[in-house]
Design a protein around this ligand. Structure first.
Ligand SMILES: [Zn+2]
Length: 147
């Protein structure tokens, strides 16, 4: 029900003029109806943009990870290949953490370079490239299953 902006009288939706004071209702009703809806749409859009920006800026490093693998040889060991072509291999059983770089050199061949400071921890990783296939990496001292 439209209310008169002049006297507050409740009027029929079809009334063009206030029943009590005769003020023209049509344009006033349209104006008060249209403005809040537009403001709400603009406000909601702005809020959405802010939320998306915050999510993108503060999201965890999940997007940096190319693949996460667990060892089928060393229980609870973990290999993480990052998109910046570094990797971290965590051999919890041995209490050893190894860093290095990785690169896919052919369709199913992946080359690992262990950081010089970690070479003594993982001598068997140096040499032939590993095979990366069907969500598995065969090499780096065993079989690694993508999770
Ligand atoms: Zn009125």
């Amino acid at each position: 029900m439209p209310y008169c902006p002049n006297c507050g009288q409740e009027n029929n939706p079809s009334s063009r003029f206030c029943l009590a004071c005769g003020t023209k209702l049509e344009s006033v009703v349209e104006g008060t109806k249209g403005l809040p809806v537009k403001a709400i749409v603009i406000g909601a859009t702005a809020l959405l943009i802010v939320i998306v920006a915050i999510v993108l800026l503060t999201s965890p490093k999940g997007n940096d990870i190319y693949g996460s693998y667990r060892s089928l040889v060393f229980p609870s060991s973990h290999l993480e290949l990052k998109r910046d072509h570094t990797f971290i291999m965590n051999l919890y059983v041995l209490g050893v953490k190894i860093n290095g770089t990785w690169e896919i050199i052919e369709d199913d061949q992946i080359n690992f370079e262990v950081s010089p400071s970690d070479e003594l921890l993982l001598p068997f990783a140096i040499g032939a490239p590993a095979i990366i296939k069907d969500d598995q990496i065969m090499g780096l001292g065993g079989i690694w299953k993508r999770r």
